[in-house]
Design a protein around this ligand. Structure first.
Ligand SMILES: Nc1ccn([C@@H]2O[C@H](COP(=O)(O)OP(=O)(O)OP(=O)(O)O)[C@@H](O)[C@H]2O)c(=O)n1
Ligand SMILES: C[C@](O)(CO)[C@H](O)COP(=O)(O)O
Length: 234
């Protein structure tokens, strides 16, 4: 029997580093809202369902301006998130049946492609716990509070982390529950929850340097360039 694959698409952040009037997920990138790019990629992939997570008070806005306008057949639920990214993920995990696999994706990573999502699905079925990322290109330094370099870890051991982050639903939900019970507020990605509270190691899978997170204003310009490059490739 085919095991169900659900995508959680996160759009409940404040986007404070964007310094924009409307949250970055609803800003227009080329000709449509940022969040529609990730939703469209998942819609075109073989995931069975998509759960969209928006900020409290924004369900109606997202329903009218995103879901009703763009007709995503796979979006089976829209829920509100929490104060931190991990709260939003935990709420989404608790809202869905504990079956199959889950792909957790930042809605702000607008440049994910259906092909990369298929790769995630293949890999999670094999490895049961995998996180997309890319080897770092720059030298990374550990820095102290006075901005002095403390050490320079070997670059060959470091990857920058992206999403989707992909797991057996029951396993990541249990790991998240343990983290919540421990009151741990230090985690910055789902892989870290699995590494610290879960039952498996996390396998890294290669994404793409284009799969960046729209975070600050210049990312919108980079994003436009990525999208324009894609449309001329066709
Ligand atoms: N409480 C939160 C915080 C973040 N996110 C989502 O997690 C993803 C990654 O977060 P980030 O890009 O850092 O978004 P923000 O938290 O919105 O940005 P900032 O830190 O600049 O406020 C985004 O798609 C964001 O909407 C979420 O669903 N719930
Ligand atoms: C999950 C993530 O996108 C991996 O790079 C990142 O950690 C999210 O960062 P945030 O600042 O917590 O949204």
């Amino acid at each position: 029997m085919k095991e169900k694959v659900t995508a959680i698409v996160l759009a409940a952040g404040k986007g404070s580093r964007m310094h924009s009037e409307i949250q970055k997920q609803y800003m227009t990138l080329l000709d449509r809202p940022v969040i529609t790019y990730a939703l469209e990629a998942f819609e075109k992939s073989s995931v069975d369902e998509i759960i969209l997570v928006v900020a409290p008070g924004e369900i109606e806005y997202a329903q009218e301006n995103i879901l009703d306008k763009y007709d995503y057949k796979k979006v089976s639920g829209i829920i509100t998130g929490g104060a931190e990214r991990y709260d939003s993920v935990y709420k989404a995990l608790c809202s869905m049946p504990e079956e199959g696999y889950v792909l957790i994706h930042d809605g702000a990573r607008a440049f994910i492609t259906p092909e990369l999502i298929e790769f995630c699905i293949e890999q999670v079925k094999k490895d049961k716990s995998c996180v997309m990322g890319m080897p770092v290109k720059d030298t990374i330094k550990i820095v102290d509070e006075d901005c002095y370099a403390v050490s320079t870890p070997p670059r060959s051991t470091m990857w920058q982390i992206q999403t989707p982050q992909c797991f057996v639903t029951a396993e990541i939900r249990e790991a998240y529950q343990k983290m919540m019970e421990a009151g741990d507020d230090s985690v910055t990605d789902d892989g870290m929850v699995m590494e610290t509270y879960g039952i498996r190691g996390v396998r890294m899978i290669k994404g793409s340097y284009e799969n960046m997170k729209i975070t600050t204003p210049e990312d919108m310009l980079l994003g436009e360039a990525i999208l324009k490059g894609r449309s001329t490739e066709r």
